[in-house]
Design a protein. Structure first.
Length: 83
């Protein structure tokens, strides 16, 4: 999956609801709209390692890396009462 940093958590949640909690996400900074071709190319090239990992790593290694990255990450606190 390719996302901007604004949508990475949403993409992860959607992938999880569809049974793919360990999908590899190639992420770039938001926004991409309005960037010139050279800047877009640089962003795409920066995502290549994640894309290659997603296509070539064994599923167990992908899962291990995603679990390790999630360790210690704080989740947002949600209010049960509307504000």
């Amino acid at each position: 999956m390719v996302t901007t940093d604004t949508f990475t958590q949403f993409g992860r949640r959607m992938a999880t609801t569809q049974g793919c909690p360990f999908v590899v996400i190639a992420e770039t900074r938001n926004p991409v709209r309005g960037l010139d071709p050279e800047a877009l190319r640089a962003r795409a090239e920066a995502m290549l390692p994640a894309i290659i990992d997603g296509l070539t790593l064994p599923p167990a290694e992908i899962e291990r890396r995603i679990r390790a990255a999630a360790t210690g990450r704080q989740r947002p606190v949600r209010s049960a009462v509307p504000i």
